[in-house]
Design a binder for this molecule. Structure first.
Ligand code: URA
Ligand code: SF4
Length: 208
């Protein structure tokens, strides 16, 4: 059977591949349309996400929705996922072994959705695409690989803690429409080769 987002979600909900399964109320697979052009990748579920089984439904999520509204979008138009699908106790950082255990689910989600723009929120998702980089240095600076853009941003929780980061968050997210426009142009089917001039066509036909 071909893979599907529903299949991944049902595996995640009962996953026991790492010890984070022990303390969770709900695993949080991620949500959004299968054909989303934009995918946000956060860190992992917090308290509210664990309670509800949905990503970014607490204060960080509200702020993410405000940022999206600023570019005329809402959360139902984008795919929202995390690098780790179960809440680490007390919201501690995920361990490398936990990230490794969970990575396959996000890989499969990305493979299915094939987003045009992948926005990483915070250090842990940034590390997938910008290993060894510092977020304060590279946030807002994109990387294009083929027809996909990667846009690293601060985590919304960081901007809630440090209000000076909010102007940068606003600037960074406003890059998305411009990136989509550029990719739309790059992905548009190339116009057919112009028809040959009549004279040339006639000459070729006349060979027969
Ligand atoms: N923070 C995250 O990184 N992910 C969520 O889903 C919620 C808060
Ligand atoms: Fe499975 Fe990921 Fe949850 Fe660990 S965090 S139990 S690997 S879904």
């Amino acid at each position: 059977m071909p893979d599907s987002l529903e299949q991944i979600s049902s595996e995640v909900r009962v996953c026991q591949k790492c010890p984070l399964s022990n303390g969770r109320v709900h695993a949080v697979p991620g949500e959004g349309p299968a054909d989303a052009q934009i995918m946000f990748i956060g860190e992992g579920p917090g308290f509210h996400e664990d309670q509800q089984g949905r990503p970014f439904v607490g204060a960080s999520g509200q702020y993410l929705e405000e940022l999206l509204a600023g570019i005329g979008m809402n959360r139902r138009q984008v795919y929202i996922a995390n690098v780790i699908k179960c809440r680490p106790p007390g919201n501690r950082d995920p361990e490398p072994s936990e990230l490794a255990a969970c990575q396959g689910y996000l890989d499969r989600q990305i493979e299915l959705i094939q987003p045009w723009v992948i926005v990483t929120l915070g250090r842990f998702s940034m590390a997938r695409y910008f290993p060894g980089q510092s977020i304060s240095r590279i946030h807002g600076r994109t990387k294009r690989v083929g027809n996909v853009y990667y846009l690293p941003m601060f985590h919304p929780a960081a901007a809630l803690r440090t209000p000076e980061l909010r102007a940068e968050m606003g600037r960074d997210i406003r890059r998305i429409p411009e990136l989509l426009a550029e990719l739309a142009a790059a992905r548009a089917p190339k116009p057919a080769a112009p028809p040959q001039a009549d004279g040339e066509q006639f000459e070729q036909l006349s060979l027969f």
